[in-house]
Design a protein around this ligand. Structure first.
Ligand SMILES: [Zn+2]
Ligand SMILES: [Zn+2]
Length: 505
């Protein structure tokens, strides 16, 4: 597994020169890197494992359950644990009822939580019990974090809030989350067929394989199956938002892989999905009870709004904004998933490709700017607005502010369904599974859910910019933007002046 890497997270957004209408004056100039050289909890200790000799002693790689690793890749010690190691049984249970047809209630609970699972999963009571403890620890960390954020009542006590059937479902997910791969081969809900893959309980016999596709729904109203041409061609440069496949897997940016556990399509609800930024350095895991498209609508709306606000800058936004921000917008403004977009050159590039009218508000190299007019006051900063831009900006802000509405159909993040979840479970259950994926995929755009404390450490900081993530460019945000030859908007500018623009490729 890749280790969490701090390098490259630091950005120093230089204050744009004063000439830029102090557009970035509200941005704190220096954004500090995420400071978590040592996560609070070792990720190993959150993975499913065999009981250690003293049950709660430290574990190493040999102790891990490694359910997704075929036998031939295990060390001798690991093979021994999987096949015939006798673990100390933490309890014995004897049914002493007089009538064999009426099992005591307690034994029925045991049957649901242990007996059924040990048979289905091919593990013993000791291993199962040990992993209930471990899962319970994950749950406690998650609930504590959500309590801190005011998302759960202060008296919420971890697993105690799950239903009995959710204990076993959560365990089924948990045991099949390995160090590097999620492969839920036992899945039997939502049209999954556990027999599709030859396995021994939760354990792989052969190489893990994907059986379920992420299929197009073929509905003409579906934006994934029938993308809006203009957005696909210009904004996304022909890159679809969702990649369909008949045997679906997803690889996170840290290398963690997931194999889809049920058949899925664009219309599947109740899912875990992944978003990946076009910069290929930041990703995200989310749960939604809706379909992927319904969920992305929300991300689109706020993502495009935030880039729009960033490019125009606070002064201009104040001028054209008809209303004050809603409380929801103010909350969203602080969420990493959206914040990143305003500091990611790849995202801004995609936005500009789709909305070329915003180029009037993107400073250019002084040498370029100078070519657009006879007189240009050179300053010490490399980037400036050309006199032509300065001439156009007030016009657009005053008379053509409708031009400054981003195309609401542009999805900036690439999306994928990574797991289908059982229906009718509690929110707590869904957030637990979500947090497990966030933790092992080490997704940098999730504020909550890193059970190993990868970002939690920074969440204690009042300085929200401390958590602001960027792509590591330590120079002007507009430095590497490329003006593509879409000449639909600006008809007044002569071709000759465009050719002189070194950014015009
Ligand atoms: Zn579709
Ligand atoms: Zn990015």
């Amino acid at each position: 597994m890749m280790e969490y890497n701090n390098s490259g997270l630091e950005i120093n957004i230089e204050q744009d020169e004063q000439k830029n209408n102090s557009k970035q004056s509200s941005i704190i100039p220096e954004i500090r890197p995420l400071k978590c050289p040592n996560p609070v909890v070792n990720r190993l200790s959150l993975l499913p494992a065999y009981p250690t000799f003293d049950r709660f002693g430290p574990i190493n790689g040999d102790h891990l359950l490694l359910a997704n690793v075929p036998v031939r890749y295990l060390t001798n010690e690991q093979q021994r644990r999987r096949s015939h190691y006798q673990f100390h049984q933490p309890f014995t249970l004897t049914d002493q009822s007089n009538d064999l047809n009426v099992r005591p209630f307690f034994v029925k609970i045991y049957g649901n939580l242990y007996e059924n699972l040990t048979k289905r999963f091919h593990i013993d009571d000791a291993t199962l019990d040990y992993n209930y403890e471990r899962l319970s620890m994950c749950m406690n960390i998650m609930t504590q974090e959500r309590i801190r954020y005011g998302l759960l009542p202060i008296d919420t006590i971890g697993m105690a809030k799950l239903r009995l059937d959710e204990y076993t479902l959560a365990m089924e997910f948990y045991l099949q989350i390995d160090d590097e791969l999620f492969f839920m081969k036992t899945c039997s809900f939502r049209n999954a067929q556990p027999s599709s893959y030859e396995h021994r309980g939760i354990f792989c016999i052969d190489e893990p394989r994907s059986f379920y596709g992420l299929q197009p729904c073929e509905l003409v109203t579906c934006r994934f199956c029938y993308p809006i041409k203009e957005v696909l061609m210009h904004g996304r440069q022909n890159q679809p938002v969702v990649q369909f496949s008949s045997a679906h897997t997803h690889r996170f940016l840290n290398g963690y892989e997931t194999i889809l556990n049920c058949p899925a399509s664009c219309t599947t609800k109740n899912i875990l999905y992944a978003l990946t930024c076009p910069c290929a350095r930041f990703d995200y895991v989310g749960y939604t009870s809706m379909t992927l498209d319904e969920q992305l609508k929300y991300h689109r709306e706020h993502g495009n709004r935030i880039i729009h606000e960033f490019i125009l800058g606070p002064e201009n936004i104040k001028q054209i904004q008809q209303r004050t921000k809603s409380p929801e917008e103010l909350i969203v403004d602080d969420i990493l998933l959206y914040k990143h977009l305003a500091h990611c050159p790849s995202a801004i590039q995609m936005f500009l490709d789709c909305n070329p009218q915003y180029w009037h508000f993107v400073p250019m190299l002084e040498s370029e700017a100078a070519t657009q007019n006879l007189s240009c006051n050179l300053s010490s900063n490399n980037y400036t607005f050309s006199p032509y831009q300065r001439f156009k900006q007030p016009q657009i802000l005053k008379n053509k502010r409708d031009d400054l509405k981003p195309n609401v159909h542009l999805d900036i993040y690439n999306a994928s369904i990574i797991a289908v979840l059982p229906d009718n479970c509690t929110q707590l259950f869904y957030h637990l599974i979500e947090a497990l994926f966030i933790t092992h995929a080490q997704t940098k755009l999730n504020t909550l859910g890193h059970l190993d404390g990868m970002i939690v450490e920074n969440n204690n900081s009042n300085n929200t910019y401390a958590r602001l993530v960027s792509t590591g460019h330590d120079s002007n945000w507009c430095q590497n933007l490329v003006r593509r030859p879409v000449i639909s908007y600006e008809k007044t500018r002569s071709l000759a002046s465009q050719r002189r623009n070194p950014h015009f490729q």
